[in-house]
Write a protein that binds this ligand. Structure first.
Ligand code: ZN
Ligand code: ZN
Length: 341
């Protein structure tokens, strides 16, 4: 079968690879219908030594169950399913609390050893998913393919950054970085009742998308946030750029006793200013989305209409075009690209 594989030196290629097989009783094999490319994929392929050449990439996906292991109870072949970017056991203390990311058996698809032992990625015709009863759930009618793929990662990230950033009705919210995660955070912050959301990005095309989705968009942010908050600063600031400059700006934008929620994986050079954050009693939270625990609520929001995530998909390409899709995404010329398998 075909899979998108890391070639080395920041390059990817479509390769013929062996079919995945049931290895554990709780595994399922998924016939992938669509997958997408994430900032995490780009970050890893451009970080020297992060991935072994030959790593199958991708952790955002949806598809149909092809085969299940003997201990899988809730899924059967032919069923369309929603997935999760990472897997977790479902029965340990962390999982029982809903903190699946903190499961000791956590593994993330398609990311090498970056977040647990390696697990093959989902930008492929088929993929093996361990702990299938926990990680996958039947896809309800009314969830289209694009939304299903976004539910496996980026939407959960937007959801949890708004939840853990404690966005409340009437808040002034600022979001630094209008990539797919920043825009997902925008959509959820609006649902939480934010009075106004200011989105800061250097790219005009991304600012236009943010404005279409109801935000005030700017390439600067400081003066607009001050003006809209009567000089106080934003109640909640979401750092979704992953850049050192973005984190510095986010610290400037947040008000005293406000919340700074960091969701963009921070770069090595990013720094927090503890003196200023302490003096202003800013709550700082680092947030990693959990598609397993957020699925129930998010699915309803998508299915019944309040959350329309289709604007986050800018293009649909075939698996054969994966190389081109990675290049477009690296140039920030697109938002999410959907790869139809
Ligand atoms: Zn992702
Ligand atoms: Zn667990």
């Amino acid at each position: 079968m075909r899979a998108v594989c890391y070639l080395g030196d920041g390059r990817v290629t479509l390769e013929d690879v062996p079919e995945p097989k049931i290895e554990q009783d709780r595994d399922a094999i998924i016939d992938v219908e669509a997958a997408s490319i994430c900032g995490t994929d780009l970050h890893l392929i451009h970080t020297e030594g992060a991935l072994a050449p030959g790593t199958r990439l991708g952790h955002e996906y949806t598809g149909k169950v092809l085969e299940v292991g003997r201990a899988v109870r809730c899924l059967s072949p032919g069923q369309a399913v929603l997935g999760s970017s990472f897997v977790a056991c479902g029965s340990c203390r962390a999982c029982r609390r809903g903190d699946h990311w903190h499961c000791r058996q956590r593994r993330m698809l398609g990311t090498g050893s970056a977040f647990g032992p390696p697990l093959d990625g989902a930008q492929a015709e088929r993929v093996r998913v361990p702990f299938a009863d926990i990680v996958l759930s039947p896809r309800p009618a009314g969830i289209d393919t694009a939304s299903a793929v976004l539910l496996s990662d980026v939407l959960a990230t937007g959801y949890h950054v708004a939840a853990r950033g404690a966005v409340q009705a009437g808040d002034v919210v600022a979001i630094v970085g209008a990539g797919p995660v920043g825009l997902a955070a925008l959509l959820v912050a609006e649902l939480c009742g934010a009075a106004v959301v200011v989105v800061i990005d250097q790219l005009q095309t991304r600012r236009e998308t943010a404005m279409d989705l109801g935000a005030v968009a700017t390439d600067d942010g400081v003066s607009i946030v001050r003006e809209l908050s009567d000089g106080w600063g934003a109640d909640v600031v979401v750092e979704a750029s992953g850049s050192a400059g973005g984190l510095a700006l986010a610290q400037d934008l947040v008000r005293g006793r406000g919340t700074l929620a960091v969701v963009g994986a921070p770069s090595q050079s990013a720094a927090l200013d503890p003196v200023s954050l302490f003096e202003r009693e800013v709550a700082v939270r680092f947030v990693i989305g959990n598609p397993i625990s957020a699925r129930e609520e998010l699915t309803r929001l998508v299915r019944f209409g309040p959350l329309d995530v289709t604007p986050l998909i800018s293009q649909t390409l075939g698996l054969d075009d994966a190389g081109e899709a990675y290049e477009l995404f690296a140039q920030r010329a697109t938002l999410k690209i959907l790869l139809r398998i």
